[in-house]
Design a binder for this molecule. Sequence first.
Ligand SMILES: Cc1ncc(COP(=O)(O)O)c(C=O)c1O
Length: 455
Amino acid sequence: MLTPDEIERWQDLDRRHYLHPFTDHSELGARGTRLIERGDGVYIQEASGHRLLDAMSGLWCVNLGYGRQELIDAACHQLQQLPFYNSFFQCTHSPAIRLAEQLCAVAPPGFSRVFFTNSGSEANDTVIRMVRYYWALQGQPERQVIIARRNAYHGSTVGAASLCGMPWMHAQAGLPIPGIVHIEQPYAFGLAGNQDPAEFGRVVARQLDTAIRDLGPGRVAAFIAEPVQGAGGAIIPPDTYWPEIQRICDAHGILLVADEVITGFGRLGQWFGSQHYGIRPDLMPFAKGVTSGYQPLGGVLVGDRVADVLVAKGGEFFHGFTYSGHPVACAVASATLEVLQRERLIERAREQVIPAFAARWQALADHPNVGEARSVGLIGALELVRDRAGRQRFAKELKVGERCRDLCIEQGLVMRAVGDTMIVAPPLVITEPQLDELVEKARRAVDLTIRSLRA
Ligand SMILES: Cc1ncc(COP(=O)(O)O)c(C=O)c1O
């Protein structure tokens, strides 16, 4: 713990020198920052000693919770053995090879190769390069267009941000890059109106078919989507959505890319979110949970349809990073996969934790200012509304989501706000008493939010 003076000193240095990601710095300077000092299990602790249940697993990544000794030991051991070597120029090392083999073993059938990056954003930039190159190698270089979705989040590098369906990101940098087209998202609560959600799922999926026909089928390389949209507001597609998307991709022969950056490694109770929805992707970018956030690592699991062509006909693929397959990050990822397997954490999530979470989360739907309480796997969202009948939203200026997030923090809970949608994605290792605590604190925060509006 630090004294108030020490904390203030850090905050002052932070204000003066540190440009934070996705942050309004004038607002941050005025409000000050929270200094997070340590973590254990599902809790984090501020320098002031204030303890919070981290219901966002850091940023959708600390799936094993904080302080796992196996992961720390793996990093220390690898740092002593070989802290770095690259995989360029015919070199390789056992941590990267071992991890690639382990990933292919847990991936669905048809995935035998992995390309490593340092983040989810780089994984999605790799996807853009790889799918365009694949089609060029197939003698169809005019297949350049990648179709993504509005309100999708795929990362923040130039390519990944172009795939994102967030116009405010595009506006700051002259994006998207050419050849990226966006279709509607399957956000039933926000967009379906009176339409039956199952029908809405089919209708919105068919926008993919329309877009492919409008562009000309010979121009489309791939469709990319998150199995469940995370950063966009935990948007869970109706069950009818993914089968229709799969059918359309198959019918047109385009590549299907499932962005597994948050849904990979157990979050939906399967190794990959694609398995939960029965999706058969050709490429699966991943990151985050692969190391439980203990080291930066991402990559693309490359299905045989693409990998076989790259390997047989590709020549040199002019792409990669100094730290692709970084040995320390790979060693920590291997240890993460081993813990998931040894402790059967994904099976435990599927059979115990997810049903326990779903029942408690669903109970929040009785709150008069919760328009919808939805969840899938260990992802939950609460839609805060002024009036449940007619799904009437609060005025934007009231910043209800932000208020609720701040009140959660006061209660000792990290819950994220996307507009007035509150979202959680707790670690896989969360226990039932901790789930009780999460939901109790969430309910209290919603009550306090509404009370603060009346005041
Ligand atoms: C689905 C998805 N893809 C990609 C990314 C980008 O990952 P990173 O922040 O590691 O670059 C994120 C980050 O939240 C994400 O949620």
